[in-house]
Write a protein that binds this ligand. Structure first.
Ligand code: BEZ
Ligand code: FE
Length: 289
């Protein structure tokens, strides 16, 4: 293979791909075809191509165990939600999934239903909220003993792992559904926050006229023996970023009303010293594995 030209270089490269594993063959072949098609369409200058390489190099250099810039890149280009949509196709009766994000941590504390997941010294800095609902199968039959792993950012928009002022494992907890599939916990109403935008992904967002914000949400990962694991969020109805989530994760079925309750007695019953507090109800239905 010599004297390759703009016309025949793609074929020549493809002929060299002889993976033993058929899936590897398919993936690498398709990647080369699409990458060459992209270059033919864009006709980058050498400087532009080098800038692209430099962008990916910076993406690698800023990545460590705490920060995964490649995932952020996949998220902000809409690839993560596309992979999620392909792997968890929408089905009647099944709660929709959405992006996982980089801020889950293993081994959050197992908590009793009703516990407050804000472990701060003054756990009512944000607006107090109660979240409750049921875990069921796709026919509405309760699932007892499901593990409900929840995590969220503080009212100023940071996860505990990003913010040394928060106690470890703040705003995280693992709950277990009861006999009727019920779960509940106390927290603060989440607020919209920007994804980390001080690296190459932030530069890309700026260069393309985009903001880095995610609408307010609480993350859930729900697992029960015999059922597919569900990774999803609930979003706060009315948030101004619902139409422009920087990572494209919003689905109508996941947007819920955080209802304001001004009763001082009811607030006190939950141990809240502030009103209004917010009440949310959301049921999750899992698909059999
Ligand atoms: C998150 O919601 O935690 C998140 C998701 C994708 C990228 C960055 C943050
Ligand atoms: Fe988040």
């Amino acid at each position: 293979m010599r004297n390759l030209t703009e016309e025949n270089v793609t074929e020549a490269v493809l002929e060299q791909i002889r993976a033993k594993d058929p899936r590897t063959q398919q993936i690498v072949t398709s990647l080369i075809k699409h990458l060459h098609a992209f270059v033919r369409e864009v006709e980058p200058t050498e400087l532009e191509w080098f800038k692209g390489i430099e962008f990916l190099t910076r993406t690698g250099h800023i990545t460590d165990e705490k920060r995964q810039e490649f995932i952020l890149l996949s998220d902000t280009l809409g690839v993560t939600i596309l992979v999620d949509a392909i792997n968890h196709r929408k089905e009647e009766g099944k709660t929709e999934s959405t992006v996982f994000g980089p801020f889950w941590v293993p081994n959050a504390l197992e908590m009793e239903n009703g516990a407050h997941i804000d472990r701060g010294p003054e756990n009512e800095r944000g607006a107090p909220a109660v979240v409750r609902g049921r875990i069921t199968d796709m026919n509405g039959k309760p699932i007892a003993g499901a593990k409900i792993d929840v995590w969220q950012a503080s009212d100023d928009g940071f996860y505990d792992v990003q913010d040394s002022n928060q106690p470890e494992m703040n705003l995280r907890g693992i709950f277990t559904s009861g006999q009727n599939g019920g779960y509940w916990f106390r927290t603060i109403r989440p607020e919209a926050y920007p994804i980390p935008d001080d690296g190459p992904v932030g530069d890309m967002l700026k260069a393309t006229g985009r903001h880095p914000y995610r609408p307010a949400h609480i993350h859930f990962m729900i697992s029960a023996p015999g059922y597919e694991k569900l990774i999803t969020h609930i979003f706060v109805e009315g948030d101004k970023y619902l139409e422009s989530d920087a990572v494209f994760g919003v689905k109508d079925s996941l947007v819920v009303d955080f209802k304001a309750n001004t009763s001082k007695e009811e607030a006190a019953g939950y141990g809240f010293t502030k009103t209004p507090f917010y009440e949310v109800e959301f049921d999750f239905s899992l698909k059999e594995a």
